[in-house]
Design a protein around this ligand. Structure first.
Ligand code: ADP
Length: 482
């Protein structure tokens, strides 16, 4: 049994703003079968503390970045957790990253330095409760753990930094460096220094024993200047320790046979029951009843997700009879764009602004297709949920979307392997063409249903990928030098 501490700012079901939480909540359960004992360290946000079961203090700090703090061990939904309880940093309402005004908390640098610092203490064996051999840091919020550990004395754990989205890097001004408690040498190109400031992700990527990202295609993309977001040079230099491991879906949470958020549960042999969920989607989104295709969107509303491309294509598609059910929240300008598309096309386009986990399940179980016109997509999870629920994914051919959907081109259709549709370039015309093609395929019930069932039978679980992580943990513990 190899012991691994995962460190992250989100974990499903206690705190979630996106796919990161799903991954951090699912991987430990999948790894149990691979002889990996994983604990997850997360900040003690109010919802985390409320949801924690059997919590007990296992370590205390007199002063962790401005106040007393403790590590509380406990569990939730089969996960073993170490919660960093630091009320001065995390006992705040709402979103983990931004305040009520929508702006980043001004002390985010301190909040996530504290997370990294506490995780590094665990990685140094100071918390008798659990001594990991590997500390696995997810995204910039956890990346400083790898930095603290690099400058710590032996014994200590090996480190991995996983990039879930290179767009979020945790870059701060140079003035914070002094307070991080790192040796002066760390403020250099070989450490956390990044364009004159401090880069949390940059430091982690520079100093971790291994780097992973969430799909093989994204691993290649981020080594190029077009997608490397300023870190491509570093990533090219460290290419020998960079691997892409595709995410999976938690097939217990996402199971159309048992899903309590659905009006009707179903499987491949009772796929006709999806029609009941489709009626429920029409009701919830104020769509006129009908048999035509419903395209759904479940997304953060951001430029990355191509929401402007969606908005630009809606009118043309509605004119051909398509309907849209859109669930999302994010950029107010994009919300306004979609809002006016919904008003212009009342009864054909429904928009629900906000975040609603149960409704996201209903959409997968009731809409006909899930569309993702992402400009870049490290992995994406919604397409996996679509496959599993027979909600055919229509996606741009980028990042993890390229790796997880088989395009219904003529060859794939005749070979009987297609599971969805892909398009490039990521712009309105090709997006619109892909949705029109989906509409045509949908018109042939036999072809569509075959594609739905193929997706439902495909393996979107963590089975394969968890074995890649387990191999990586064993490899770095066995061979990586410090
Ligand atoms: P990202 O992490 O970039 O937002 P992913 O596709 O990896 O994108 O993961 C998104 C996750 O968040 C999925 O579980 C999806 O169902 C969920 N999600 C996104 N927006 C919403 C929303 N408005 N309501 C409910 N769930 C949402």
């Amino acid at each position: 049994m190899i012991r691994v501490l995962a460190v992250a700012s989100e974990v499903f079901p206690l705190i979630k703003t996106g796919g990161l939480a799903d991954v951090v909540g699912a991987l430990p359960l999948a790894l149990k079968a691979r002889d990996v004992s994983m604990r997850v360290m997360v900040p003690g946000y109010p919802s985390v503390k409320t949801g924690l079961v059997d919590g007990r203090v296992v370590y205390t700090f007199d002063d962790l970045f401005g106040g007393p703090a403790s590590i509380v061990a406990g569990n939730a939904r089969g996960l073993e957790l170490l919660v960093l309880d630091a009320p001065h940093l995390f006992d705040r309402p709402g979103n983990p990253y931004v305040g009520p005004d929508g702006a980043d908390w001004a002390d985010n640098w301190r909040r996530f330095a504290a997370l990294g610092r506490a995780a590094a203490d665990v990685g140094r064996g100071r918390v008798g409760e659990f001594t990991p051999e590997v500390v696995h840091c997810h995204d910039w919020q956890a990346a400083l753990a790898a930095v603290y550990l690099r400058y710590a004395e032996q014994p200590k754990a090996k480190t991995i930094v996983t990039i879930h989205n290179l767009a979020f890097q945790g870059n701060f001004g140079a003035s914070i460096f002094r307070e991080l408690g790192l040796p002066p040498a760390a403020f250099s190109i070989a450490g956390v220094e990044y364009y004159g400031g401090v880069g949390y992700l940059k430091g982690g990527l520079q100093l971790a024993d291994a780097i992973t990202t969430v799909s093989p295609t994204y691993a290649r993309e981020i080594c190029t200047p077009e997608a490397g977001m300023g870190l491509d040079g570093l990533l090219r230099e460290r290419r020998n320790v960079l691997t892409g491991i595709l995410n999976g879906a938690d097939t217990d949470v996402w199971d159309p046979e048992t899903d309590t958020s659905l009006t009707a549960t179903y499987n491949t042999s009772r796929i006709r029951l999806r029609a009941l969920n489709k009626r429920a989607v029409e009701d919830r989104f104020g769509l006129k009843a009908g048999d035509g295709i419903i395209f759904s969107v479940v997304s953060r509303l951001t430029w990355q997700k191509g929401i402007d491309i969606l908005a630009a294509a809606i009118d043309g598609l509605v004119a051909r009879g398509a309907r849209f059910a859109i669930l999302g929240s994010g950029d107010p300008a994009l919300e306004t764009l979609l809002g006016s598309a919904a008003r212009r096309n009342s009864g054909q386009v429904g928009l629900i602004s906000g975040y609603d986990e149960a409704l996201s399940h209903l959409l997968q179980g009731g809409a006909d297709a899930i569309v993702m016109p992402s400009r870049f997509e490290p992995c994406g999870l919604t397409q996996f949920y679509g496959l599993r629920y027979g909600c055919v994914p229509v996606v741009s051919r980028v990042g993890g979307l390229a790796d997880s959907v088989i395009d219904a081109n003529d060859a794939a259709l005749s070979a009987g392997v297609a599971t969805g549709l892909q398009f490039l370039p990521v712009e309105a015309a090709s997006f619109e063409a892909a949705l029109m093609k989906a509409q045509d395929l949908y018109a042939d019930e036999r072809v569509w249903q075959t594609m739905q069932k193929r997706g439902m039978r495909s393996d979107v679980s963590w089975k394969k990928s968890s074995s890649h992580y387990a191999e990586l943990y064993r490899r770095i513990v066995g061979t990586a030098d410090t």
